[in-house]
Design a protein. Sequence first.
Length: 154
Amino acid sequence: MHLTCGLPGAGKTTLARSIEADCGALRLTADEWLVGMFGDGITFEENELFRSRIETLLLDLAIRVLKLGVDVVLDFGVWTRAEREEFRRRAAEAGARSELHFLHAPIEQLLIRLERRNAESPPPAFRITEDQIRLWQTWFETPGADELAPREPA
């Protein structure tokens, strides 16, 4: 299980697509599922309401796929250590190795990327405001060195 970790605009989906191609992994990107289910006019409130439900279902799917011996990339962001640890615990229980891919960019760079993404990107890229990214930055827990080492199943 590959987990992409970082704030919006850090490059998670780009990396997830690269891992998908390099490893023959199944890539699960919540944004794409949200747009697939609700269209490109989904509001911020709808996104917040449904994202956790979709991510829960996608994690369950990922575990089933791991048990079949297929690599998975979860392109979720995984902002908290508790969430990352839970995902990795579930991967280990499924007999799978896990790896955390942390992407960091300074807030100034994130704002530039998000401004460009908001102006140019078609769905499934959601519009993100400066206020949102600054708030989310305060919620984000930077992974410790112990989290960055690949983990073998128990």
